[in-house]
Write a protein that binds this ligand. Structure first.
Ligand code: MN
Length: 621
């Protein structure tokens, strides 16, 4: 390397690449270097992998740390090849690159194009930082891909402590393979500022926008109501795709019943497929995804506190970015607002896909709210149907495994949607007859109860038949019969205790004390038990039927052919009965109400009088 390039006029900072040797070093010139060792008498500074020198302690104005970038002037080249250096402070200088790419800055390599063995310069955003027992690991993204970058200053010692999550950096180093994955071994890592940093961020953001764009798809079944929800579903899909590409963990909370499980599983399959196909990190399913059923029909403070606690620990322990939260078959009600505000304090975005009657406030508290009620639909379009459509938009390749799932979800929620027939037909085309779909929904409901707070990933996948398995054929009828036996046992106990009253409006009111006359803490719980009693009564009567199953401080309501509106009734009870602590809601004709035990009689009496005034023969939604 003897040809010297034309000298600029002002001060110049020289960069030496790996091809440079001592012949390229000139006394009096300023060079970019980094600290590679600290001793009592000074610090060692490398100008590249093979050239280094000493800054004597007497020339150090402030202590330097290993890994730190530093500008130095060469004072002397000793006979033994060692350099004597002094730190320099420079302003308004030109930069000149010496070596393979004489004079010009070596070109940046897109992360997606790096190849093992290459010496590269990568400009990217730091997605996360993790300190290992060896090097510090930075996950870098530039929109063309993600790569892990290792920087080593000492075992277990944090390299480049100034570089943090969200910073834009320029890294020079060599691409190697570690445990089958490409890794960039950093020689230098430089924080970018101002326009340089903005350029990197813009490039990443533009690329992510493009890559995160969901495919153009039509709904699986012909439906204007679904089509009307598609723009919202697309925005959720875009948000999830973007989150996965930026290594953000995904937390899924869903209702613990067949529709909720179907919703959660559909999205889980799609996100796992993204991990494999798009970000090439199949292991991410173990540390970047968490799906949990919620027992309550809303995001309880207990649940959100737990989720937040784990997320913040992962930020600390594993350097994970903060997660995004998805609420499925859950999350549309007033009761969810406190949880969302708690997450908002940490800027954790929430996406909701639900079909429970929505509270107006929710839309402003979450990133996106998908709910049929917001586009002229109702609860008959279930979350599981919406989530299979969502799963296709997140990752279209999962579609083939999920074609029978909307029908299962619909059966689980007793959907009478016009779309249901088409979804059942779709399932039939996959070899699932309607009776089997029904059994799968019942088996799912039963197993959801047994799982309590667990996701039950594989068992649920086997029941739903979305994962290769031999168990499905035997498991579904088995669980279905267990569920039926449990229902029979519950009905045997309850039947004699159902009170039936003819109301002045012509409706029949059936009531059951579920606390004293049903088996507790076992499947089916009070909600499903009341539902089963109700279904029987509807068959016995031609007119409208309302069934109320009550416990000490709650009641469950089911109505058929009577125009009640449970969320409205809850509001009225709150106003009319002081000190009863009334709360609750749900769908218009399927829901539950909570109250304080001491005011139960007042609440139930008032509730019954409202049912007696409701229009019969009509049903709102
Ligand atoms: Mn549902």
């Amino acid at each position: 390397m003897t040809d010297k390039i034309e000298e600029p006029e002002g001060p110049v900072l020289y960069h030496l690449d790996e091809t440079c040797d001592l012949d390229d070093v000139e006394v009096g010139h300023a060079y970019s270097g980094y600290v590679n060792g600290v001793a009592d008498y000074g610090v060692f500074v490398s100008l590249n992998d093979s050239i280094s020198g000493l800054v004597h302690e007497s020339n150090l104005a402030s202590p330097l740390e290993v890994g730190e970038d530093v500008k130095v002037r060469v004072e002397e080249i000793r006979d033994d090849g060692n350099l004597s250096l002094t730190p320099v402070h420079m302003h308004d200088y030109d930069e000149v690159y010496i070596g393979e790419h004489d004079g010009e800055e070596p070109t940046r390599t897109p992360v997606g194009e790096v190849i093992e063995g290459d010496e590269v310069i990568v400009e990217a955003e730091i997605l996360s930082v993790r300190q290992t027992a060896g090097p510090t690991l930075f996950t870098l993204a530039d929109g063309t891909g993600n790569i892990e970058c290792a920087a080593f200053v000492g075992a277990g010692e944090r390299a480049y402590p100034e570089a943090e999550e969200g910073d834009a950096v320029r890294v020079r180093g060599e691409v190697e393979t570690r445990e089958g994955d490409l890794q960039l071994e950093a020689d230098t890592l430089e924080l970018l500022e101002d326009e340089d940093a903005q350029e990197v961020r813009d490039r990443l953001s533009d690329a992510l926008d493009e890559r995160a764009e969901p495919p153009e798809l039509e709904p699986l079944v012909d439906s204007d109501r679904l089509r009307a929800l598609y723009p919202r579903l697309r925005r959720v899909a875009r948000g999830i795709r973007r989150a996965v590409m930026k290594d953000r963990p995904v937390v899924v909370r869903h209702h613990a019943d067949a529709d909720g499980m179907a919703s959660g599983v559909a999205v889980e399959r799609a996100v796992f497929s993204l991990f494999e196909e798009i970000v090439d990190d199949p292991e991410a399913r173990y540390h970047r995804f968490n799906r949990m059923p919620s027992r309550a029909p809303f995001y309880e403070m207990e649940d959100v506190t737990r989720d937040l606690n784990y997320a913040l620990k992962d930020v600390e322990r594993h350097g994970h970015p903060k997660p995004v939260v998805l609420m499925l078959d859950n999350g549309s009600t007033e009761d969810d607002a406190d949880a969302y505000r708690t997450l908002d304090a940490y800027n954790i975005p929430v996406y909701v896909v639900d079909h429970h009657s929505p509270d107006d406030e929710i839309e402003s508290l979450v990133q996106e709210h998908v709910n049929p009620y917001l586009e002229g639909g109702d609860y008959s379009l279930t979350s599981g149907m919406l989530c299979v459509e969502l799963a296709r938009l997140i990752e279209p390749s999962v579609e083939d495994d999920l074609l029978h799932v909307p029908a299962v979800a619909g059966k689980g929620d007793h959907s009478e949607a016009s779309e249901m027939e088409a979804y059942v037909e779709l399932a039939r085309e996959q070899g699932y007859d309607e009776e089997h779909i029904d059994d799968v929904a019942d088996a799912l409901d039963y197993e959801s109860y047994q799982l309590k707070y667990d996701d039950g990933r594989h068992i649920i996948n086997h029941i739903l038949d979305v994962e290769e398995n031999d168990a499905h054929e035997e498991l579904v009828p088995h669980l279905k019969s267990l569920a039926e036996e449990a229902f029979e046992r519950q009905m045997d106990a309850a039947r004699a205790h159902v009170d039936e009253v003819d109301l002045p409006n012509g409706a029949t009111l059936c009531t059951l004390d579920v606390e004293n006359y049903t088996h507790k803490f076992t499947f089916p719980g009070p909600g499903k038990t009341t539902g089963r009693v109700h279904d029987g009564k509807v068959e016995d009567h031609d007119g409208g039927v309302v069934t109320v199953g009550y416990g000490p401080d709650f009641c469950v309501i089911r109505a058929e052919g009577v125009g009640i509106n449970i969320p409205d009734i809850v509001e009225e009870l709150q106003e009319e009965i002081e000190g009863a602590g009334v709360d609750g809601g749900g769908h218009l004709v399927v829901g539950s109400i909570k109250f304080v035990q001491g005011r139960r009689d007042d609440v139930l009496e008032t509730l019954y009088s409202k049912i007696a005034e409701a229009p019969v023969g009509t049903e709102q939604g």
